[in-house]
Design a binder for this molecule. Structure first.
Ligand code: PAF
Length: 287
């Protein structure tokens, strides 16, 4: 596996590999089994002729003041070993000054989608994500890129910028990977105290119940209240948001479900922000 620190070096290598299809998996490192499932999907999509590239970059512009940029877990040597074991062809792991020119004045931002839900809790977060993902797409110029569905709104924002800015890149959403007790895998989970780690699967349990209740004709507002009450019953959980939105457009839904909806949860345990989501279906659309 080749390791690249500079834009010019990774571009030169990719020019050499083309026209083989290039599949990119952008990450912020501290890889876990959820990321590795994305790498495997990338390998599958690339086929025997294609090349698979991961990026590791803890992107400062998507963290707000007082968020966990400095304490975000990092272990590059371990990440490289894991990527090598997955058969990745290359990793792009630049320093921040390689990516952000001090003179930079251009940002990428969705006008609506990035400002609701998590965008409201973390102002500027999706602007940082949209800008770095656009830059990575311009540097690597992949044919396809893979993102986890755990970050549901992030995936929606990325699909939107790709559509709106005419990027010729296939965006693939990969299913959430879970620990045995249901907790969605995340690099931040290592920062949960043992007590919070034991409490955090409450998100998955609340979503399991909601998935069972959705086809009964329950209204979105009752379903939301049920999920919120379930989360609030866990004393260690500080519920930040519980939202039920149209699964395709992320617009609010009301009344009984008539189309697939996504339940989006954001809950803090101590300083750690835990998110999870589930697409739920009305009876006539249960897959
Ligand atoms: O999901 C992540 O790890 C990050 O938000 C991403 C997409 C790599 C952009 O920094």
């Amino acid at each position: 596996m080749k390791v690249f620190r500079s834009k010019s070096a990774v571009r030169a290598q990719l020019a050499d590999w083309r026209p083989a299809p290039i599949v990119l998996v952008p990450t912020m490192g501290f890889l876990h089994e959820g990321h590795l499932s994305l790498m495997r999907l990338a390998r599958e999509r690339a086929g025997s002729e294609g090349r698979v590239v991961a990026s590791i970059f803890v992107n400062p512009t998507q963290f707000g003041p007082g968020e966990d940029f400095d304490s975000y877990p990092r272990d590059e040597a371990r990440d490289f070993d894991l990527l090598r074991a997955e058969g990745m062809d290359a990793v792009f792991s630049p320093e921040a000054d390689e990516i952000y020119d001090p003179q930079a004045e251009t940002i990428v931002e969705t006008t609506e989608l990035g400002k609701v839900l998590i965008g409201k809790l973390r102002p500027g977060h999706f602007r940082g994500v949209a800008t770095i993902v656009t830059k990575l797409f311009n540097i690597i110029r992949p044919d396809a890129a893979i993102f986890g569905q755990k970050d549901y709104q992030q995936l929606a924002v990325i699909r939107t910028i790709v559509r709106d800015l005419d990027m010729d890149i296939e965006i693939i959403g990969a299913p959430i990977q879970r620990e045995a007790d249901g907790l969605a895998m995340s690099s931040r989970n290592v920062r949960l105290s043992p007590e919070d780690r034991a409490a955090a699967p409450v998100l998955a349990r609340a979503l399991d119940e909601a998935e069972t209740m959705a086809p009964t004709g329950i209204t979105a507002s009752r379903l939301r209240s049920h999920v919120r009450a379930r989360l609030e019953a866990e004393p260690r959980a500080r519920v930040q948001s519980v939202d039920i939105r149209d699964a395709a457009t992320l617009t609010p839904v009301s009344g009984s479900l008539t189309r697939p909806a996504v339940i989006l949860l954001a809950v803090s345990f101590g300083q750690v922000f835990v998110i999870d989501n589930r697409v739920v279906y009305p009876a006539q659309e249960v897959p």
